[in-house]
Design a protein around this ligand. Structure first.
Ligand SMILES: Nc1ncnc2c1ncn2[C@@H]1O[C@H](COP(=O)(O)OP(=O)(O)OP(=O)(O)O)[C@@H](O)[C@H]1O
Length: 487
């Protein structure tokens, strides 16, 4: 696994130490510098995924450092650390492209999600998404310096069409709508479009519209003025302002509320917007890439998605096929992922036994390529020989009984219990039933998976098929504290 690399530029040894403790190896790598000059030197040499920089450094202001880093590489997110009196300056820095700021003294637990999000943004912007037949180096000369790349595999006719579409649309400055089931590669395709576009050296940010409550999403995208609502004690610069001249990837756009859809349509049409609570129109030049696993035609018919927004986004649409519909791509991907993950994990791998291959080929892959990758990693971690026999596969591949129990109609005690819980909540007049039920299920799911993985977050997120930042934020929402030995 390639670690996420954070450069911390601060002359306070406590902050440097704290970050090293909070972001442990092997998942993270923390580079430190106690002066501006040293920070810039480390940045140029090591190309971190993101930077955390104090606004007051001994030899130069952090703002000057942020702007020099921007000149060197606009794609690397920079978070500024400010004192109480300097927040205003940091806010101005955000309108010049800084990723965000935090005010000292801060609680490490509060800034870790922000750091994770900056690292993820840097990774998405810089880690090459390579198309078949493309030379990794010539296509991405200045991309990432860790050598890590995501090769997008596929030879079946529908994937060849996807690659053609990427080639056709990348250099045209139009919005692109990427459709496909969960795990089919929408994010990696969005990255390929950005990296092959004329905006490849400008900012790339991604927002998951389904993961953020509506009011926060509005601020996140459009920003807000001080005093716009209770708790808005500082002005906030939104992504449409930060990403000026860059690219914004709006993931899960099908989950956006009607109010937000209206606001988004206006930015797309008029290329301007106002901050929440503000009246001054702000011009912006952002290329939108949007994705969803939902069927937008159905959502339009149900009145849940605006048809005018759909037609505006639909200037160019890319449909990613489900993995089960990719024919001979599946056996090739199985081979490719076994070989490449075995190398990464340092495991012996010679061949997949025919019976194992049959079970893998017969599987329906509802989680698509992400599920395939997770399955192969789990299998390799369990494997004790170089030939992959069915016994190494995850339990759901081996247990026919389990599949029978899961078939619709085979009612079990827990389903009856769930129905009666829902019934009593409906009768109680509760208005938060969906959240309550999902939270109950997630609490059991996350706790049990954490226990099974000895509290290791990376392994837990892999087993659950969700990203580590998503797991961390879900744990926080559920009030499941992280342990000091989180890895
Ligand atoms: N054609 C492909 N070849 C190789 N790897 C792929 C391919 N498509 C997707 N992947 C990999 O599968 C994983 C999931 O892809 P990605 O996150 O892009 O899916 P997604 O459609 O955005 O998922 P979601 O709907 O859950 O957000 C990533 O690790 C990605 O690199």
């Amino acid at each position: 696994m390639t670690p996420s690399t954070l450069l911390v530029i601060d002359d306070d040894p406590l902050i440097l130490q704290c970050m090293q403790l909070c972001l442990p190896e092997p998942e993270y790598r923390v580079l430190t510098a106690n002066t501006a000059e040293r920070g810039i030197e480390v940045f140029t040499r090591q190309h971190p995924d993101a930077v955390l920089c104090d606004i007051q450094l001994p030899d130069r202001s952090g703002l000057a450092v942020a702007s020099q880093l921007r000149e060197l590489d606009r794609r690397t997110p920079v978070i500024l650390i400010t004192g109480q009196g300097t927040a205003e300056t940091a806010i101005t820095a955000m309108s010049n492209g800084a990723f965000d700021y935090v005010t000292k003294p801060f609680d490490p637990d509060e800034i870790l999600p922000l750091i994770d999000s900056a690292l993820e943004t840097g990774r998405m912007a810089k880690r090459p998404a390579v198309l078949p037949g493309e030379s990794k180096l010539s296509a991405h000369p200045s991309s990432h310096h860790t050598g890590a790349v995501d090769t997008i595999l596929g030879q079946c006719p529908s994937m060849v069409e996807v690659f053609r579409s990427i080639g056709r649309v990348a250099s045209r400055d139009v919005a692109v709508l990427i459709l496909g089931e969960t795990g089919t590669g929408k994010e990696v395709v969005a990255r390929a479009i950005y990296q092959h576009s004329s905006r490849h050296d400008q900012i790339f940010h991604a927002i998951n519209c389904a993961a953020i409550p509506e009011t926060l999403l509005e601020s996140e995208l459009f920003g807000h003025e001080k005093g716009a609502f209770t708790g808005a004690d500082q002005r906030r610069i939104g992504k449409f302002e930060v990403c000026d001249k860059g690219t914004l990837f709006l993931d899960e756009i099908g989950d956006m509320s009607p109010v937000m859809q209206t606001k988004l349509l206006r930015v797309l049409q008029e290329k301007e917007f106002e901050r929440v609570g503000g009246s001054k129109p702000i011009k912006t030049d952002v290329r939108i890439l949007a994705a969803t696993h939902r069927n937008l035609q159905t959502a339009i018919a149900d009145g849940a998605f605006r048809s005018d927004l759909y037609y505006r986004l639909n200037e160019f649409t890319i449909h990613l096929p489900a993995l089960r519909d990719r024919g001979s791509d599946l056996p090739q991907m199985i081979d490719y992922f076994f070989e490449s993950f075995a190398r990464q994990l340092g495991k012996d791998f010679l061949a997949v036994a025919p019976e194992t291959l049959r079970l893998l080929l017969e599987h329906d892959w509802p989680g698509n390529v992400r599920e395939l990758q997770g399955t192969i990693k789990q299998t390799l971690l369990k494997a004790s020989g170089a030939v992959i026999v069915p016994a190494f596969l995850p339990a759901n591949f081996r247990s026919a009984e389990r599949r029978t129990a899961a078939t619709p109609g085979a009612a079990s005690a827990w389903q009856d219990q769930l129905r009666s819980d829902i019934e009593s909540k409906l009768q109680s007049g509760s208005m938060t039933i969906s959240d309550d039920i999902h939270n109950e299920v997630d609490r059991i799911l996350v706790t049990q998976a954490l226990q099974a993985c000895g509290g290791n977050l990376s392994e837990t997120s892999l087993r659950l098929g969700i990203s580590r930042p998503t797991l961390r934020s879900r744990m926080r929402q559920l009030g499941l504290g992280e342990r000091p030995d989180d890895k």
